[in-house]
Design a protein around this ligand. Structure first.
Ligand code: GLN
Length: 259
């Protein structure tokens, strides 16, 4: 009798396990392959990479994502959120990818996978043209505005101390605070810095000695098949010159990395 019970148990367990394994395999098939939709999380206050024009999110990242979607025969949906929320949305699978002029950093690489890099940047310091910050040294002890959780935030906190940092959820809010005299400078990526200075009177840019940064698309580590598909399309678009063309439409003569 015991033997029979044992046999039945083994049989039941085997069936459960097989069913379980089957399910697991099915779960591994990315939903994007069925829905044929890429959902991109971004923060659309970052010109010329992502910003609003006539109520629509446009810019380099939006165009690159659209070119990738077109190549894959997918539709593209863009979700605007705070920069600080993008990686969590990617990790949880709520969105397919994070694309927001996002710099590859070791801390981020620990929690998400990155595509090949498609653009480079450096950090810039925006100051009042008639203010007393003339060089990087003058930034010490001043009130520095940054966008929360960006590399500007990370580097400025390290270099100038947390007590001197004012964090804003949008780059535009940091720049508005500078214009209003609430802070002394804003540390942000060079291209949005140029756009903000062009859009606001009385501001200018100090170039910093910060290292060059590489922008890439972030994916959940649990979704390698989608990453491979999107990255494959991105690499083709880099190699055939499409990405360079898109970037140069917004940033004349910007150099695009080879890979
Ligand atoms: N490149 C910076 C970063 O990745 C800023 C990106 C952004 O503000 N959209 O942190």
């Amino acid at each position: 009798m015991k033997k029979i019970i044992a046999l039945v148990l083994v049989a039941v367990l085997t069936v459960c396990c097989l069913a379980g394994c089957g399910n697991k395999k099915e779960n591994k098939q990315p939903k994007e392959f069925q829905t044929k939709e890429l959902v991109m999380a971004t923060n659309a206050t970052f010109p010329p990479y992502e910003y609003y024009e006539n109520g629509k999110i446009v810019g380099i990242d939006a165009e690159i994502a659209q070119a990738i979607a077109d190549k894959l025969g997918y539709t593209l949906k863009i979700e605007d959120m705070e920069f600080d929320s993008i990686l969590a949305a990617v990790q949880s699978g709520k969105v397919t990818m994070g694309m927001a002029g996002m710099t590859i950093t070791p801390d981020r690489e620990a929690i998400v996978d990155f595509s090949n890099t498609y653009a480079t940047a450096v950090q810039s310091v925006i100051v009042k043209a008639d203010g007393d910050i003339k060089t990087l040294d003058d930034v010490t002890g001043k009130k520095i505005g940054v966008q929360t959780s960006t590399t500007g935030d990370i580097y400025a906190t390290d270099d100038y101390g947390d007590e001197n940092i004012e964090r804003y959820s949008k780059g535009t809010d940091a720049v508005a605070a500078l214009v209003a005299g609430k802070i002394d400078c804003v540390i942000i990526d060079n291209e949005p810095a140029k756009a903000y200075v062009a859009a606001n009177e009385g501001l200018t840019i100090l170039d910093t000695a910060y290292a060059e940064e590489q922008y890439a698309i972030a994916f959940a580590k649990s979704n390698p098949l989608v990453k491979d598909a999107v990255n494959g399309a991105l690499v083709e678009l880099i190699n055939d010159g499409t990405i360079k063309k898109i970037i140069e439409k917004y940033i004349p003569a910007e150099e695009v990395p080879a890979e």
